[in-house]
Design a protein around this ligand. Structure first.
Ligand SMILES: [Zn+2]
Length: 252
């Protein structure tokens, strides 16, 4: 059975802008609707035991000039973690414990620029639905079944990860890197993957077999030596997409 491939070269070029504005609105709406509510919501403060002061808060800063065309600059004010000068999301340690990450993940969409999540084994224990994770580093992590629906993942790095059956529906992952992944059955429906790199150096067992790219924007994306058996590209935008070397679409 061949993969379904058709393209929509007339996708609205302004669609990514509308999507980003929509995500910012979701976060703002959540905050305003819950600011005076008695509903128990974890916050940067209630999730920790220490009163906030400059000595126990994360030193991470996103300079405005680095991201002004997308989100604007921001300073992190989360509690420091594990004796470092940074919070659990920004400390550059490999293989952070899943239970501690889950405990500090707020139950609402968050903006966490450049989180360092290499070597984690969170699987589907943590949801990043509607979060903004600009330049996130997930290298060599096991994220099978993870939830990234509606997530802003511009320039994120998923090199060497296991993302089989993970849900990236409606995510915004332009310029993201998905090299050498195990992504069998991953869902990219309605996702924006403009300029994304989904190449493979050495064929991984599942590659992106049975992955779903229906209605995805794949403008200028690269699939080099990528296993794509029975992947679905229905109604996707494939303008300037590169399928080279042993990229395999259909029965391989
Ligand atoms: Zn931080």
């Amino acid at each position: 059975m061949l993969a379904t491939v058709s393209s929509n070269i007339f996708s609205n070029k302004y669609q990514p802008i509308y999507r980003l504005a929509g995500r910012a609105k979701k976060i703002w709406t959540y905050l305003t609707q819950n600011s005076s509510s008695s509903k128990k919501v974890k916050s940067e403060y209630t999730a920790t035991n220490s009163a906030p002061n400059s000595s126990n808060r994360c030193d991470y800063v996103t300079p405005h000039d680095d991201i002004r065309d997308e989100l604007g600059g921001v300073s992190c004010w989360r509690e420091t973690w594990n004796g470092t000068d940074y919070c659990i999301w920004h400390a550059e340690e490999y293989g952070k414990p899943t239970n501690e990450l889950a405990d500090r993940r707020l139950n609402r969409p968050e903006r966490i620029d450049q989180p360092h999540l290499c070597g984690v084994t969170s699987g589907d224990d943590i949801s990043f639905e509607d979060c903004q994770l600009w330049k996130a580093k997930f290298n060599s992590s096991r994220l099978s079944g993870a939830i990234f629906t509606g997530c802003f993942l511009h320039r994120a790095d998923f090199t060497g990860t296991h993302i089989d059956d993970a849900d990236f529906t409606d995510c915004h992952a332009d310029h993201a890197v998905f090299q050498n992944i195990e992504g069998r059955g991953a869902q990219f429906t309605d996702a924006s993957l403009v300029h994304a790199d989904l190449s493979t150096e050495t064929r991984v067992a599942g590659g992106l077999g049975f992955a779903d790219f229906e209605n995805a924007d794949l403008f200028d994306a690269t699939f080099r030596n990528t296993y794509l058996q029975q992947a679905d590209f229905s109604d996707s935008r494939l303008t300037h997409v590169t399928f080279v070397d042993r990229s395999c679409v259909g029965d391989c």
